[in-house]
Every structure is written in structure tokens, then in C-alpha cells.
Design a protein around this ligand. Structure first.
Ligand SMILES: [Zn+2]
Ligand SMILES: [Zn+2]
Length: 338
């Protein structure tokens, strides 16, 4: 089998490696239907996050179960399944509290940019769809694995509800699907912050009512102008830089909430603004597993079309071009077909 391996900055290879096999009785092997490149894959690709050795890549996946270990009960060969980028047992106290991304037996998925994938804790991690999906549903189903699940968590953590005024910091795939999520949760106004014309267009299609092109202090001033000097009820931080976090904090109204899902890089949080702005902060790696059943239903019934966020589709063996296109911002998100 061939799979995707990152060797160092800018060096992605699709090369021979051992096919996955059942290692523990709780494992499943799935045949990948579609996978993709994540914005977070770009951190090591750009060398900002160091890797010690050649690293198999990919953590967003869905596909058909090929084989299960002897202890797997809820997932069967032949089923189409989706799992989170977080592997969880779904039985420990943290999972039962809905925080499967804080599971006591947490593992992070990798190796999914390949035709076959081993999924540990299959019963706790994978959720089957009602039937084998038609081909046009695959991109949307795949987004649930991470980008949609993460955008949804950002909106949920930011306490978006009916009538909320929401601001979204970050116009990557997660930010755009954060807009979609806020819209689904009934937000009255959704202000997307983006300087990129095509991404602004996507944000509008997903439900943004206003666009702010300014960043930093000027961006905050614009949000304040748009909200009568009060700030947004809910702000989704979908970048992970110090600048974007400060922008989120200063754009939130007193008593408002920030859902932050951008993986922090080089960020130090300046506490006085958090203190004096009276904001709530909740975020981290999204407990996607909690949302899987509901999000599968929304996609299955075609109530949402998050798969639109993929603006480049490539055969899996051209994965290196998929990384390049996202790195150079030619693509928002690359879908890969084995
Ligand atoms: Zn991801
Ligand atoms: Zn758990």
C-alpha cells in the first residue's frame, strides 16, 4: 500500500508503507472513501511545528469497514463509517460528559491520507451512516470528521443561540464551517472576518450577513461599529495566533463567549483584557464524537452542504500538490480520492 508521509518542510511523499492490520481486538480497518488535507497539516508542512522523523499524515476520514477485531461490537464490515480525528473509548467519565477529545484513553488519528486505515477503539470512535451514501454526499460526510465538527464546537462553545450576533475570526475551512454552524444554531447576524474575496463569497453562501476585511485593532473597531459599541455575543476564534485571539477577545461583549478552536502557535494570552472584558473562554480540540450522530443526520437529510468547502479535488497520489495548493492559498481545502 502507498500512503502519505511528511519528511520535512514542503516535502510530502506518497510512498510504499505497510498496509494497516488489526493490532488490538478493539481495532477496525476501514477502506477510505475520501480523505483530505487539514489546515493543521500546514503547520508541520511549513516547518513551524517541527517533526522528529518522517511522519505519516492525515486525520480526517470516512469509508467502508473492511475488518474488525474480536472485541468490536457496534461496527460491522460493510458499513460506511465516520470517525473523529480524536480516538476515544466513549465510555470514560470525560467521554460521558461529552468531552471525548479529553478521553482518558485519547489518541490522535494520523495515517488517514492513505487507501486503508486502522482505527483504534472502533466502538467508541466510529459512527455508521444509515446506509451506503451516494457519491455526492461523500465530501460533506468527510467534513464531519474534523472541519465541520470543529466549526460546530466553536459555535457551541461560543454559546451561539437563536438571535445571537456572532463574529468569526479566521476564513479557513473551519471558520467558514463555523459560519454554517452559527447559522444552523439560529444566529441572527454573522460577521465573517476575511480579506480574501473568494473566501468572503463562501462565507456569504454559508450564512454570513456581513464581512469585515480589517484585521487587528481596526478589525475590532469595525466589529464595535457594527454592534453599537458593545461587541458580539459570540466570537469564534478559528486561527490560533495571538493576534486572532486578541481580536476575538476585544470583539466580544461583556458577558459574551469565545469558542476557540485554532491550535495555538506562539500564543501568549494577555490576561487583563480577558479580565476587564468579562468574557468566557471555552475551546480546545473539538469533541467531534459528541456531534457525529446529529451532524450525520443533517448531512444525510441534505439540510446542510458543508462539502462545498472543498474547492480542489485530487487523486490521492497527487497529495503533494494538495498541500502546495493550500500552502499557497490557491485552495481552501483539498479533497483526496484514493
Ligand atoms: Zn483536521
Ligand atoms: Zn473516554
Amino acid at each position: 500500500m502507498r500512503g502519505t508521509v511528511l519528511y520535512g518542510p514542503g516535502d510530502v511523499r506518497f510512498e510504499d508503507r505497510e498496509a494497516p492490520r488489526i493490532e488490538k481486538p478493539t481495532d477496525a480497518i476501514i477502506r477510505i472513501a475520501v480523505t483530505c488535507v487539514c489546515g493543521s497539516d500546514l503547520w508541520p508542512y511549513r516547518g513551524i511545528q517541527k517533526i522528529a522523523q518522517p511522519t505519516p499524515m492525515g486525520h480526517e476520514y470516512c469509508g467502508i469497514v473492511e475488518e474488525v477485531g474480536s472485541a468490536v461490537k457496534t461496527v460491522k464490515p460493510g458499513q460506511f463509517v465516520i470517525g473523529s480525528f480524536c480516538i476515544s473509548d466513549n465510555t470514560c467519565p470525560n467521554c460521558r460528559n461529552g468531552y471525548q477529545s479529553g478521553c482518558q484513553n485519547l489518541e490522535f488519528m494520523s495515517r488517514a491520507q492513505a487507501p486503508y486505515l486502522r482505527v483504534p477503539s472502533a466502538d467508541g470512535t466510529l459512527v455508521p451512516t444509515p446506509d451506503i451514501p451516494s457519491d455526492d454526499l461523500l465530501p460533506s460526510l468527510l467534513t464531519i470528521s474534523d472541519v465541520l465538527g470543529t466549526g460546530w464546537f466553536a459555535a457551541d462553545a461560543a454559546n451561539v443561540k437563536l438571535g445571537s450576533t456572532v463574529a468569526v475570526v479566521g476564513d479557513g475551512a473551519v471558520g467558514l464551517l463555523g459560519v454554517l454552524s452559527a447559522k444552523q444554531m439560529g444566529a441572527a447576524r454573522i460577521i465573517a472576518m476575511s480579506r480574501h474575496e473568494r473566501r468572503q463569497q463562501f462565507a456569504r453562501e454559508f450564512g454570513a450577513t456581513e464581512i469585515v476585511t480589517e484585521r487587528g485593532d481596526e478589525g475590532v473597531t469595525r466589529i464595535m461599529d457594527l454592534t453599537n459599541g458593545i461587541g458580539a455575543d459570540s466570537v469564534l476564534e478559528c486561527v490560533g495566533s495571538e493576534e486572532s485571539m486578541m481580536q476575538a477577545i476585544l470583539s466580544t461583549r461583556p458577558g459574551g463567549s469565545i469558542g476557540y478552536v485554532g491550535v495555538p502557535h506562539g500564543m501568549k494570552l494577555d490576561m487583563p483584557p480577558v479580565f476587564f472584558h468579562l468574557v468566557r473562554l471555552h475551546g480546545g480540540p473539538a469533541p467531534v464524537r459528541r456531534y457525529l450522530p446529529d451532524l450525520i443526520k443533517l448531512v444525510w437529510e441534505r439540510k446542510i452542504n458543508p462539502g462545498k468547502v472543498f474547492d480542489l479535488t485530487l487523486p490521492l497520489d497527487e497529495v503533494a500538490e494538495g498541500y502546495r495548493a493550500m500552502d499557497e492559498r490557491r485552495a481552501i481545502k483539498t479533497l483526496l480520492r484514493p
